[in-house]
Design a protein around this ligand. Structure first.
Ligand SMILES: Cc1cc2nc3c(=O)[nH]c(=O)nc-3n(C[C@H](O)[C@H](O)[C@H](O)COP(=O)(O)O)c2cc1C
Length: 187
């Protein structure tokens, strides 16, 4: 038997990201799990859904830039803390060491092994939420989490967000090859 849950959001788990933006010239960070890949071509677009009341929104609108960082499990405490307090009430700029890339105003997190630097492309105003679509202008990756020139998720150790249980999960093990295992059904 299937139970109808109503119009319930059931897309979890989602990767935990840290979105960074300068607000009044100072870096601010918040964890964001509602992220989306919009295409897989050039230019490459990514979306982040952020509640309009969040302090970071001010910074993204101010500079037209933001970053999307992939923290590793090692930064779970700092990442969670950034989601517990608002930059409006407390300076979160010292929570992470920042570096800047081509755009100059999108603070990226040094301790996050993977970073995407984004220029704001479009904003969808959903009233309670702002959907920011960013064009990725550059991506950065610690060489220590790469294997054969590719990002190696086993080395990145990203966190997964479970809204149902309000918990962080670790990544499991790969168990099948994409665009390959299905070939078993080919006649
Ligand atoms: C794991 C995690 C994921 C979150 N995902 C989102 C999200 O996708 N969108 C959102 O608006 N808030 C999300 N939040 C809440 C914000 O990160 C939180 O309210 C933050 O403190 C706002 O910071 P700011 O006011 O400095 O921008 C999340 C929090 C946590 C802990």
């Amino acid at each position: 038997m299937k139970k109808n849950l109503g119009p319930s959001l059931c897309l979890y788990p989602m990767p935990v990201t840290i979105v960074g933006a300068n607000v009044g010239g100072r870096p601010n960070y918040l964890p964001i799990a509602h992220v989306g890949i919009l295409n897989f071509s050039t230019p490459q677009y990514i979306s982040v859904g952020i509640q309009s009341k969040h302090y970071t929104v001010q910074g993204i609108k101010e500079n037209g830039t933001f970053s999307v960082n992939i923290p590793s499990e090692d930064d779970v405490v700092e990442t969670d803390y950034a989601g517990l307090v608002s930059g409006r009430k407390e300076d979160k700029s010292h929570l992470f060491e920042a570096f800047y890339g081509e755009l100059g105003t999108a603070p990226m997190v040094v301790s996050s092994p993977v970073n995407m630097e984004c220029r704001l492309y479009q904003t969808l105003d959903l009233s309670t939420h702002q959907i920011f679509i960013g064009e990725i202008v550059a991506s950065y990756c610690d060489e220590s989490v790469m294997t054969d020139g590719n990002i190696d998720l086993e080395k990145v150790r990203p966190m997964l967000f479970d809204m149902y249980r309000k918990e962080y999960w670790k990544l499991g093990r790969p168990f099948a090859k994409c665009w390959d295992i299905g070939k078993k059904l080919k006649r």
